[in-house]
Write a protein that binds this ligand. Structure first.
Ligand SMILES: Nc1ncnc2c1ncn2[C@@H]1O[C@H](COP(=O)(O)OP(=O)(O)O)[C@@H](O)[C@H]1O
Ligand SMILES: [Mg+2]
Length: 269
């Protein structure tokens, strides 16, 4: 059974997309079958995998609104084991259009249910809000991953996120839980990074991953080349950190590769 894992934090610029792209790529390169769903209308996750947002056919918007099936919105990435459901600015309309729909918070869950069994993991790159699109991600989720940037106020908004999680747990999706918090843009030369680490450790305890992601310019360059860091510069500190995070993640979630030998579907787009 695929585990569905939204990468969520309602703040922008904290490393959600960078973490979704590079953690999922590392896991795929380690042999897991991974689907990545881009639910941020900015589509940075899609471009980071080299998908051209301007020429997309059906995408995440159509999936959420029920205008397309999952199999119609899956694209093959450069990594064999990694498929992506891309998006573009049109997804911004979903937030409003979903409001009047029946079962508006469960659209994604229904679209995925029974259709993601060929994958070990489904990562969802969430937009920087706790609106209906993020709610759809939480409703379909098994496990949440929360990136926090090493800066002042990194914990700001976290209590609101946890309250939303509790609401989803109690009303819609009892199985979802927070499985980890990861610090991003850690700068060893800056005392602040260590202070934030201590503060987050005190707040989250064991939920904080031991691996922190360093600030690394190669990580910020790789999206413009349409490649995850593991393909762009696999020896960079950023690549090594995401590889280490992937290993820690596998251990923490007790992940096992599926034995299915079914060939990956190739998108015809
Ligand atoms: N570890 C890092 N080192 C350097 N730059 C980073 C790192 N993580 C993210 N960035 C850059 O910071 C910006 C915000 O990151 P992003 O992953 O897009 O955040 P979010 O998805 O939460 O908005 C992007 O320009 C990204 O390239
Ligand atoms: Mg993002």
């Amino acid at each position: 059974m695929a585990k569905v894992i939204p990468v969520v934090n309602q703040k922008g610029g904290v490393g959600k997309t960078t973490t979704t792209v590079n953690l999922s790529a590392s896991l795929a390169l380690q042999g897991f079958k991974v689907l990545v769903i881009d639910l941020d209308p900015q589509g940075n996750c899609s471009s980071s995998f080299g998908v051209d947002k301007e020429t997309l056919g059906a995408h995440a918007y159509h999936l959420l609104l029920g205008h397309a099936q999952l199999s119609e919105v899956i694209y093959q990435s450069e990594i064999d084991n990694l498929h992506i459901v891309p998006t573009n600015m049109n997804l911004a309309g979903a937030e409003v259009e979903l409001v009047t729909e029946m079962g508006r918070e469960s659209r994604l869950s229904h679209a995925l249910h029974g259709h993601v069994d060929a994958y070990d993991l489904v990562f969802i790159d969430c937009p920087p809000s706790l609106g209906l699109v993020t709610l759809n991600a939480l409703t379909s989720a098994d496990s949440l991953l929360v990136p926090l940037q090493c800066e002042y106020f990194s914990l700001e908004g976290v209590s609101q996120l946890l309250r939303t999680l509790e609401l989803v747990q109690s009303r819609i999706n009892p199985k979802v839980k927070l499985d980890g918090v990861v610090l991003t843009m850690f700068d060893r030369r800056n005392k602040l990074s260590f202070q934030v680490q201590e503060e987050v450790q005190n707040y989250f305890g064991e939920l904080l991953f031991e691996t922190s992601i360093p600030r690394n310019v190669r990580l910020s360059e790789s999206p413009s080349h349409g490649k995850p860091i593991a393909l762009y510069d696999k020896r960079s500190s950023g690549a090594l950190a995401y590889e280490a995070l992937a290993k820690e993640f596998i251990k923490r979630l007790g992940l096992k590769k599926s034995k299915k030998t079914k060939k990956s579907k190739k998108a015809s787009k």
